[in-house]
Write a protein that binds this ligand. Structure first.
Ligand code: MN
Length: 245
């Protein structure tokens, strides 16, 4: 399983898409813009194991703000949304107000439609993401991808019922491992974030959940089999809650 992958952005994207749809029981293809979502729906052959969702990545929010209307329309027809969120790091902080307007409109729309599952980027913006979610009760389910906040922010996100998608690159850093060690183990699912996430210059592939399980088994002091089973059960439970079928 892979709960956060940019399948459409690998070199050889079609091949990776085909292989992921065979090797994984589930792959969540998060798009970075509403137009990319529309293009993927046209170009990629639908697969029962791949979920493609419309998004608007906070790193390009200022360039794609005009596509917000399209995204709000697309959200009506899907069970889940992503990649969306906020990025407060220095490079994207100048556009933070635009990001906030967009994210707020997305979360409000999900609440208005009775709830959606959101795959959320929250780099240097966890507090604002959580505030936004709280302001729209009934928005649905939040999956915080590649969580990189503080331990206090992790506790706040846990208290709000967030899920966490965790991948091999996040677990390469001491900070990432310290966070994963404290995550609620029944709300952690695997992600790749490929092809952006790389180890030794090679993109993480969507069928890399075993790498995540190995790393988590060390942090959680359980066997690799137990970690594998736990991630699998969590993934299945989240998929039930997402009601995508
Ligand atoms: Mn991503």
């Amino acid at each position: 399983m892979d709960f956060h992958c940019h399948l459409d952005l690998y070199p050889e994207a079609r091949e990776v898409y085909k292989e992921a749809s065979k090797r994984n029981v589930f792959t969540w293809l998060v798009t970075t813009s509403p137009r990319a979502f529309a293009a993927n729906q046209r170009v990629l052959e639908a697969s029962p194991t791949v979920l493609i969702t419309p998004g608007l990545h906070p790193e390009i929010a200022h360039e794609r703000a005009s596509e917000l209307g399209l995204l709000l329309e697309q959200i009506a027809a899907v069970c889940a949304v992503g990649e969306v969120g906020l990025d407060g790091s220095p490079r994207f902080k100048p556009y933070y107000e635009i990001q906030r307007d967009i994210f707020s409109a997305i979360v409000a729309r999900c609440a208005e439609l009775g709830g959606r599952t959101l795959n959320i980027h929250s780099r240097r913006a966890v507090r604002d993401v959580l505030d936004e979610l709280r302001q729209h009760p009934g928005f649905g389910i939040a999956v915080l991808h590649w969580f990189s906040g503080t331990q206090a922010e992790l506790r706040a996100a846990d208290a709000q019922g967030c899920w966490f998608s965790v991948g091999p690159v996040m677990l390469e850093s001491a900070g990432g491992r310290a966070l994963a060690a404290r995550m609620p183990r029944d709300r952690v699912v695997p992600e790749s974030d490929g092809p952006f996430a790389k180890i030794a210059g090679k993109p993480i592939m969507p069928w890399s959940a075993n790498q995540t399980a190995i790393k988590l088994s060390v942090l959680w002091e359980i066997s690799v089999e137990e970690a594998t089973q736990l991630l699998r059960r969590n993934g299945e439970r989240l998929l039930m809650l997402m009601k995508c079928h």
